[in-house]
Design a protein around this ligand. Sequence first.
Ligand code: FAD
Ligand code: MLT
Ligand code: ZN
Length: 457
Amino acid sequence: MQPFLDECRAVVGDAHVLTDPQAMAGFLTDWTGRWTGHAEAVIRPRTTDEVAAVMRICSSGDVDVCVQGGNTGLVGGSVPPSAAATGRPAVLLSTTRMTDIDDIDTVGRCVGVQAGATIDAIDTHAARSGLMFPIDLASRESATAGGVVATNAGGTRMIRHGNTRAQVLGIEAVLADGRLLRRWSSLVKDNVGYDVPGLLAGSEGTLAVITRVLFALASPPPATTVTVVAIDHVETALDLIGLLRSAGLTIEAAEIMTQAGVDLVHEHGQRRPVSTSAPFYALIEVSGVGEVESEMIDVLERADGIVDAVLEPGPARALWAARENHTEAISRSTTTPVVKLDVSFPLRALPEAFGELSAIEGLVGHPCRAILFGHVGDGNIHVNLLDVPPERTEEITARVFAVVAVNGGSISAEHGIGRAKTAWTHLGRSEVDRTTMRAIKTTLDPQGLLNPGVLFG
Ligand code: FAD
Ligand code: MLT
Ligand code: ZN
């Protein structure tokens, strides 16, 4: 048995250093089932001080540390590499016991939370004070504060409130050597040097262990209405967003699905949002202060290209269910772990790029299937490739990223790079940019202990 584990037991307690393979199994395979790693133990600290002590032990013992929140990440960053990938021992540091949520500051409209608090718990807590957490995603019951910051998650409300980085007012994090970095202030104007909390947003566990976050909160929208429109062209969704904005309505969410995706979620028990068949379906949620529903009907009647439409007052969970169940239905329908690519395009290029992505299925041939959906208002398309023989993953990923490169897009819109896309970061960042990122990594984590193999390969 590794002596450093006894030191960790002394810090967090015997019960929170898991070494039994069965107890560790759920932590060591990612949500998609595509990555399984190896760790000497899963360590579950309760406080920032315990995280700092564990990091000091790991740093002196040269032990790799993979940080995990809710393990809903989709790029393999939440699990350690396999035993063969590194010569050093590794532990998985899970934040699942760090779930405290402070009282809401209703004047400053913010809340401090521990890294393991789930998005659902934070939002429920904020709602009791008449506020809302601005980030929402279908994984809300498992995804954690630390996870959404570390991935800079987008989600369905991004079009309205921005990504997670935009919600971070302050942060507390433990560096690789155990030192505590704390910038904690509800000041919305505070320009003293670099935006370090912003730097940790999107750092994917490679720079520090985030232990607490001070998040900005938002007011929930006044009346909302949700429509799902059946449409023949992606442009129609973008035009509709423009018309709704011109009518004075606020876009709270703007999503897109395809016929194949809606058929798949229907096979898995979800009601079809619209009975008429069409190549695409856009789900758009709007808010406003007036007669939102009649204002939306007025716009829908004037809009070109709408084949059919349904409307429901918000929150319209039944309409949202068809969209939110895509991820689950896809993962249950594929014979090999789904290859999930999460790309974005300038809105002007989106219709053309969507067409090119749709052709990928034909190009790669049987048995692969492609299901596309995503956050159309942000230009973000999730390309899900099912039944891909593992030996073809790289070639098919390269085909998708070629479409991205030609259309001026990004290879990672909101899920991060993780282990999945390290070979392609040159498509999105210049050499100087990548060298700068590496220099930051080396400065904060000179031993390279935090999440080796993630982001940098
Ligand atoms: P994990 O999966 O545990 O970890 C993700 C990454 O963050 C890893 O690199 C890990 O090392 C790092 N990390 C976690 N906690 C910490 C910490 N405390 N300190 C430092 N690093 C840390 N993503 C979106 O952006 N938009 C969506 O709409 C969306 N929808 C989803 C729907 C479903 C059904 C599922 C399964 C996933 C979805 N995701 C979405 C992906 C995922 O939920 C997000 O990436 C989320 O932010 C991950 O949070 P987590 O707590 O599960 O993190
Ligand atoms: C979503 O928007 O539902 C997610 O990002 C999850 C996914 O891509 O499957
Ligand atoms: Zn998404």
